[in-house]
Each structure stands twice: as C-alpha cells, then as structure tokens.
Design a binder for this molecule. Structure first.
Ligand code: BJ8
Length: 435
C-alpha cells in the first residue's frame, strides 16, 4: 500500500510539478522512490506487533518527498528559510530562533555512485559518497529546497569533500570544528556558533535576541525530551518497541516539523508505557538485547538493524548521532542574555563525543554506561568502510568491552547489499552466543 502512496496514482500532479521546479530528475527520482517504497514495505511493514503510533511515521515516510517538501515550499513562499545540514553539530536552536527550518541531508543509500566517484576517491565512506550522489543524481528535494547548506570540518573526508561540494552547491557554508575538548577547542566552537548565528541572521533578515533564542532552545529541548522518554522506555525488559521503529523515530527527527514530531513521539510513549506496565514486549522476553554503537544511520540505512532483528535479537539502544550521542543532552535555558544562552548551548554541544575528537574517552564511557542501563547482552559496533575515526575507535572499544565481559561484534560495511549474506551469518552466530 505504501508504495502506491509514494509512487502510484496518489502521486499528485502538484508533487510532480514541485519536483520539476526544484530541478529534480523525475525518472531517477521515481526510481529512488520505488526502491525506498519496496524497502520500507519489506523491512518496516513486515514487522509484527508494532505500536499503533508508528502509523504516523509510516505516513511521514510515505510523504517524505511529497507532503513534507510541499510544507517546506509553503514556508519558503511565506518568506521563511530552509537550512540543510550534514551533522548534529549544526545548532538547530539558532535556526529555530530565526523562524527558519533545519533539515538533515545525510543520505543512507547509494545513488549515482559512478558520478560521485569521478569527484571523490573510491575509498571514501558511503555517507559522503551518497551526499554527492544525491546531488549529482538530482534526486534530493531537501538539498534543492535549502536556502543554505551547512558543512562542518569534522572528519578529513567531509572537510576535503566540502571543497568539491562547493562547486555543486554554491550556497554551502562551512563551519570550522575543534578536534580536542580543550579550552581552546571550546573557544573555537563558540566563535563558530556566533559566526553561524550572524550568517543565519543575514539569510533570514531576523535579528536573534534572547527571547528568540530561548524559544529556539525550548522547541529543540522538547523534541529531545520526547526522544529521551522513548529511550527510557526501551530499557524495560521485554523491550516494548523494535530497534527498527525506534531508529525510524530518530531518523525522522531530522526531517519533520519539530512540534508535530514531539507530539507524535510522546503519543507512542503513552502507548509504550502501557506495554511496559503489562510486561508486553515486541519480541519474546528472552530475546537477546543488543546495543548498536558507531557511525550514524541516515534514512534509508536500515540494513544492519534489519539483519539483527531478523536474526533473533532486539536492538535496545543506539550509541550514534542518529540516536543517543546526538540527543542525550539538553540545553540549559535559564539564561537571560544571548551570551548566556549561547554559552549554555555551546556547553551542550561540546559534550557530543564524536570520534573526530581526540582523545575521546567519553564515548567509551558512554557505550559502557549504555550497555549497562539498557541491559544489553552484547554490543555491535557499526563502522562504515573507510570511516577512519569510527573504525580506529572500534578496536579499543571492542577490547575495553570484552575486558568487562560484554560480548562485542565489530562490523565494517557500506550501503551495498552485497555483503548481506555474510553479515547475517556473522550476526546470527553472535546472537547464538548471547542466548
Ligand atoms: S558528530 S559522527 S554527524 S561528524 S561516517 S562522514 S565520520 S568518514 S558522520 Fe558524523 Fe557529525 Fe561526528 Fe555525528 Fe566522516 Fe565517518 Fe564518513 Fe562520518
């Protein structure tokens, strides 16, 4: 049914015209939606025992290039701006303070890879390649509707890739990033956040004062609080929701209208609270519980979670930027001046323990803490091939966890489906050990 909604007769002429006006390649775009619809059907709709509140997310996904883009175009027509980003270090609070909308641009699927590899070395991670592929293949309405796109100097791959991406995206704004959690590093982040605020003010024509910043912080804090509620419920045994569904909520976090998203996640939590009370799980109570840790998984990167949850295990938490690493901290909104509120925001973002930082012991501590609080039986570390920061950290992470008797499986993969069989065999063997 979803496929029809995405692609078939319900695809209105309005959407087609909208995509055309955005400069999309309609044939290629149609092909992408076909693949996405089929994958969603096979992976998401085939699940059993889903909370009924997930119906909202099914709808969002069926309209992710339709209704949501129409909403963004309406916002633009009303004079508001759209800002696209590739990293959780881009502060949404500042964007919201200027009545603008932030959308996530990372893509979790291969597209136009041959074209991307004319501009990037083959040994570039799939996440960066797909960012190029979606632009070169003209299939991403989010990129095309953005008035400003923010890149950030995190890993070397992204940092250098933005130099080439600038030729394809003239409205690319690059934010510098610290590499160490030092006083100097914090000062750099602070200077960059103030520079970003100025750029947003210039783009929107809105001067950001303390009241606006407070409002932006409140909107984003509420969104994160709803996600915290969802995460807390997943600590229950048996787990009340699948990891796939929880991942979807974390992915939609980056696209949906903030207030509507917050309400929708809270509704699911109301439902899950009842499940937890009744000790009702999405899978049987003795299903091995997995903590997934590593690189972020952007839509529609569902390959590894799907393999895990069709191999007899349930994912109970994500140590990931599309997950707890990206969302765990709130911003203190008690300040009364722009300076105080910005300082609170910088404190909040400076705690993100991305693997681009050195040293990065906070991340290891967080993985251990999550494994404990989510009652995980094992950890699966997910690294994208050619992602040096996360692949480098994977080895000490595995050693440290194993030394604490937490079984760990290290997976390096990409977005292709070629290694599905091999991955499934490895995950099944790992789950067997956990039983
Ligand atoms: S804060 S994790 S969202 S940078 S997978 S492009 S690291 S080579 S995505 Fe990330 Fe921000 Fe960090 Fe989070 Fe490079 Fe690795 Fe590719 Fe990566």
């Amino acid at each position: 049914m979803l496929r029809e909604e995405i692609k078939g007769e319900h695809m209105s002429e309005t959407y087609k015209q909208m995509w055309q006006e955005l400069g999309l390649d309609l044939n290629a775009h149609d092909m992408l939606l076909n693949v996405l619809g089929k994958a969603y059907q096979d992976i998401y709709l085939a699940q059993k025992n889903r909370p009924s509140g997930m119906g909202y997310f099914d709808f969002v996904m069926s309209e992710v290039h339709g209704l949501r883009i129409k909403e963004l175009m309406d916002e633009k027509a009303a004079g508001r701006k759209i800002i696209g980003a590739y990293c959780v270090f881009v502060p949404e609070e500042i964007v919201k303070a200027a009545d603008a909308t932030l959308v996530g641009l990372c893509a979790g699927a291969d597209f136009a890879t041959d074209e991307a590899e004319k501009l990037l070395p083959r040994n570039t991670c799939a996440l960066i390649k797909s960012a190029f592929g979606f632009k070169l293949g003209k299939v991403c309405p989010y990129i095309e509707s953005s008035d400003m796109i923010v890149g950030e100097n995190t890993c070397d791959g992204k940092k250098k890739a933005y130099e080439s991406l600038k030729n394809l995206i003239p409205n690319l704004y690059v934010m510098d990033m610290p590499q160490m959690k030092s006083a100097e590093g914090r000062s750099l982040l602070k200077a960059e956040y103030f520079r970003f605020m100025e750029a947003v003010e210039k783009l929107t024509g809105i001067k950001i004062d303390a009241a606006r910043l407070k409002k932006g912080i409140a909107i984003v804090n509420n969104k994160r609080k709803a996600i915290h509620r969802l995460m807390a419920l997943r600590k229950a045994k048996p787990a009340p929701i699948s990891g796939l569904d929880a991942l979807l909520a974390n992915q939609v976090f980056f696209y949906d209208d903030s207030v509507r998203f917050t309400d929708s996640v809270n509704k699911i939590c109301d439902e899950l609270e009842k499940r937890v009370e009744q000790k009702q799980g999405v899978f049987p109570a003795n299903t091995p519980r997995i903590l997934l840790s590593g690189c972020p998984m952007a839509v529609p990167n569902w390959k590894l979670p799907w393999i895990i949850e069709t191999s007899g295990a349930v994912i109970v938490g994500e140590e990931s930027c599309v997950g707890e690493r990206g969302n765990r901290n709130l911003t203190d909104d008690s300040g009364n001046t722009v300076e105080q509120l910005m300082d609170a925001m910088i404190d909040r973002y400076f705690k993100i323990d991305c693997a681009v930082f050195t040293p990065n012991s906070d991340r290891l501590n967080h993985i251990e803490e999550m494994a404990k609080t989510y009652q995980a039986d094992g950890v699966i570390h997910y690294g994208l091939q050619f992602c040096q920061p996360y692949l480098m950290e994977a080895i000490p992470v595995e050693k440290a966890l194993e030394s604490k008797n937490i079984p760990t499986l290290r997976i390096d993969t990409d977005y292709s489906m070629e290694d599905m069989g091999q991955l499934k065999t490895r995950v099944e063997a790992f789950v067997e050990v956990l039983k």
